[in-house]
Design a protein around this ligand. Structure first.
Ligand code: LP5
Ligand code: MN
Length: 245
């Protein structure tokens, strides 16, 4: 069976305040070849407080993603720690499939596992506890019932708190835990792991049971494009980073 060419991106952090990032994403989408697949691994938006927001930015992105369907490009979305509330209604307006936190693409015997990446930061118990609370479905439902101005206030407060906390956390605490990576790769029989979140684009090669495996980390889009391309019907998978044109 023919596998399509696959593209992976994460951590675009779209916001009204940085139109050059939006423009960068829109031109990247234009360059995608027909019939490929696009996997968005979370933090597409800087924060998401509900599908009902309906801003110009949200509509512009939905329309750009939706129009990729005319070129038979399938879109998949894994939520990040900023946009975990992005729901079915918005996904439908983008003609994009919502995926679960951890996903596998099966190659011949092994697989590619992909996720946002925050689940791998297990040296940071404060964040993992915070994440569990944020993912409580009753709390999310309650939050989504609140008036928009209150939701926005809470999101801005959480962002401020997060920045304060991050300023005093060490780089190591905010990076992935290697044992967690290995455990997850073994569990999913993966020889390639793809994630974002840490904003540290790199390809790490290491051994699991004496077999070389790869962890490819996508970069954030603050200054340019970062994507992974897996060639159609091939094991060739590469990370690309370049400045916005
Ligand atoms: O996002 P980033 O890169 O700054 O840091 C992340 C972790 N921080 C977060 C928080 C998000 O940035 C906030 C997103 C808002 C989403 C919209 C609102 C939806 C609300 C839904 C309610 C159900 O994810 C950060 C990690 C870092 O990545 C690296 O991994 O360190 O983790 C933290 O900062 C968590 C703190 O360490 C602990 C929690 C502090 C929370 C304080 C609560 C204050 C309550 C105020 C409420 C009004
Ligand atoms: Mn993130």
């Amino acid at each position: 069976m023919n596998n399509p060419t696959r593209y992976f991106i994460a951590d675009i952090h779209l916001t009204d305040d940085e139109p050059e990032i939006t423009a960068g994403l829109l031109s990247f989408l234009d360059t995608l070849p027909d019939n490929c697949e696009l996997y968005i691994l979370g933090d597409l938006f800087d924060y998401w407080v509900g599908d009902d927001v309906n801003s110009i930015l949200h509509k512009q992105i939905a329309s750009a993603l939706q129009s990729l369907s005319n070129r038979h490009i399938k879109k998949y979305f894994v939520c990040g720690n900023r946009d975990f509330l992005l729901g079915k209604q918005y996904a439908k307006s983008c003609d994009m499939t919502l995926l679960t936190d951890i996903n596998c693409l099966v190659k011949s015997e092994n697989s590619i596992i992909f996720l946002h990446g925050d689940l791998l930061c297990t040296d940071d118990p404060h964040y993992q506890r915070f994440r569990k609370i944020m993912h409580c479905s009753w709390l999310q439902k309650l939050f989504l019932c609140m008036p928009l101005f209150i939701r926005l206030k809470i999101a801005i407060k959480l962002r401020q708190k997060s920045s304060q906390h991050n300023r005093v956390k060490s780089e190591t605490i905010m990076d992935v835990n290697q044992q967690t990576v290995v455990k997850m790769m073994i569990k999913y029989h993966a020889d390639i792991m793809i994630h974002g979140h840490t904003h540290k684009p790199a390809t790490h090669v290491f051994l699991i049971n004496e077999k070389p495996v790869k962890r490819i980390v996508l970069g954030a889009w603050h200054d340019g494009v970062s994507y992974i391309k897996q060639e159609s019907n091939s094991d060739n998978i590469q990370l690309y980073n370049h400045c916005f044109k």
